[in-house]
Design a protein around this ligand. Structure first.
Ligand code: FES
Length: 166
């Protein structure tokens, strides 16, 4: 083969150049758009901000229900969500429990069943939890009520996200 056979023709050179430059430009435009479109979905588990829910001086050692709202960002959708917590104070410690039953997600109430006095009770399938959220044996729930992250600032109780106790 002669050296002449290996030479790239002007037409081939133009084709390679345009394809390369075109591909580079397309990637330069497409990749940021894809990243922008997927970005909210790629952000995992952003912590919910702490929300003021109750005053410390409102708390007793009897669980009290407090309703509040949190801003929730779910990928591209931002919304205000209603939440509740059962909060009480015992031996100087504040306990804030989620009212969501760990069996199938109904809402528990405090001390509403004659069969389960001084316990959280779930009317859906008669689930019961102790005051500290521990699930009562031989009732359907198999894990304790979730416990909210909390902090106290200037006499106000702020709650974060509910987390499993075990
Ligand atoms: S949902 Fe609470 S006991 Fe089933």
């Amino acid at each position: 083969m002669s050296e002449k056979d290996h030479k790239v023709s002007r037409r081939q050179f133009l084709n390679y150049s345009l394809t390369g430059v075109g591909g580079f430009m397309a990637a330069g435009i497409t990749l940021p758009l894809v990243r922008f479109a997927l970005d909210p979905a790629l952000k995992v588990g952003e912590d919910t901000e702490m929300v003021a829910v109750a005053q410390v001086n409102e708390l007793t050692n009897e669980p009290k229900r407090f309703d509040f709202k949190v801003n929730q960002v779910d990928a591209w959708y931002e919304s205000e969500v209603s939440r509740s917590a059962w909060i009480y104070e015992e031996e100087g410690e504040i306990i804030a429990l989620s009212p969501v039953c760990t069996h199938l997600g109904c809402t528990v109430d405090w001390d509403t069943s004659d069969d389960q006095p001084n316990r959280f009770f779930c009317p859906c399938h008669y689930g019961a939890f102790e005051k500290d959220g521990t699930n009562v044996d031989r009732t359907p729930p198999t894990q304790p009520l979730f416990l909210y992250d909390h902090e106290v600032r200037n006499g106000t109780v702020y709650l974060g996200r509910p987390r499993p106790q075990v």
